[in-house]
Design a protein around this ligand. Structure first.
Ligand code: MF3
Ligand code: CO
Length: 288
């Protein structure tokens, strides 16, 4: 997600690129690739795996499909995935960290396919997680869907934000303020910024052809964050649990179109991939 940029000048013009039907179809393909790889990663996440192994798998798949990683090289970010475990909120760099039973792992993937970005994130349990963690995961996923439900022509931008904030806070959680969702298209970060907090009925009018990456970050305790010395990993200031999930959503006359929701076709590709991986046939370097 984008670092929230405060705008002091409210007269400033914000340029939002609207996508044509043909462009949305390309973005759909990019996001379906993201969704399929995230589905594979969900199946792979288990105790004992190093986070770098997930990153290597994701990168090999992105390249094999003729796409390229969107985050790698972005402002110097070194990896294909962002992997953020437990108190890590977002932008965790894959590495030697070994997944443990009970961990809650956010995996965020961006790709570029035929000039357009696909961007989505899931949080998955590793082994058996606590009831407390599983409730926070459920509420965050629900908050995302309540937000998506507001991504409609005739609505306003902060209808999305307030639906997310309301659901998270009603359940006793806080929403992160310094990182926000974003418009997405040819660029990873386009206008408008999509905060996970705000007032219903405010913000710009929503138009058909907008594509928004909606990505709640929901904390167990304080909403405040701290950045680790790697200059990327954002963690909760109080060390408590954080959950993050993201969909890229197109606003259409027919309602919200979740570009990154796994289709039946891609789900079966994912199943094949998982069977191949289980039989050791897959040629990626995950077993290296
Ligand atoms: N999904 C995140 C975003 O939308 C991930 C960005 S990681 C970065 O911004 F390295 F590309 F910044
Ligand atoms: Co994003």
């Amino acid at each position: 997600m984008l670092l929230w940029v405060l705008r002091h000048d409210h007269q400033e013009t914000i340029v939002v690129t609207l996508k044509s039907k043909a462009e949305l179809e390309i973005m759909y393909r990019a996001n379906q690739l993201v969704a399929r790889i995230l589905s594979d990663l969900r199946a792979m996440a288990r105790p004992g795996l190093r986070t770098i192994e997930l990153d290597q798998f994701a990168e090999a798949e992105v390249v094999r499909e003729g796409a390229r990683p969107a985050f790698k090289g972005y402002r110097g970010y070194p990896s294909t995935l962002c992997i953020s475990v437990n108190e890590e909120i977002v932008h965790g760099i894959p590495g030697k960290r070994v997944l443990q039973d009970g961990d809650l792992v956010s995996m965020d993937l961006g790709v570029v396919l035929d000039g357009f970005i696909g961007d989505a994130a899931i949080t998955v349990p590793v082994g058996a997680i606590s009831d407390k963690a599983s409730k926070q995961l459920r509420v965050t996923e629900e908050a995302l869907f309540f937000g998506i439900e507001k991504a409609r022509v005739g609505g306003r931008l902060y209808d999305i934000s307030s639906a997310i904030q309301w659901h998270a806070e009603k359940n006793g959680y806080s929403v992160v303020r310094v990182f926000v969702g974003h418009g997405v298209g040819r660029q990873l970060h386009e206008e408008p910024q999509v905060p996970n907090f705000g007032r219903r009925g405010r913000g710009m009018p929503l138009k058909a052809g907008m594509v928004l990456a909606i990505e709640p970050m929901v904390n167990e305790g304080t909403h405040e964050v701290r950045i680790l010395s790697d200059n990327w990993t954002a963690v909760t200031l109080d060390g408590k649990l954080s959950v993050h999930c993201e969909h890229s959503v197109a606003i259409t006359e027919e309602g919200p179109w979740i570009l990154s929701e796994l289709s039946a076709t891609e789900a079966s590709v994912s199943q094949d991939m998982q069977q191949q991986t289980a039989r050791g046939l897959h040629v990626g370097n995950i077993h290296a």
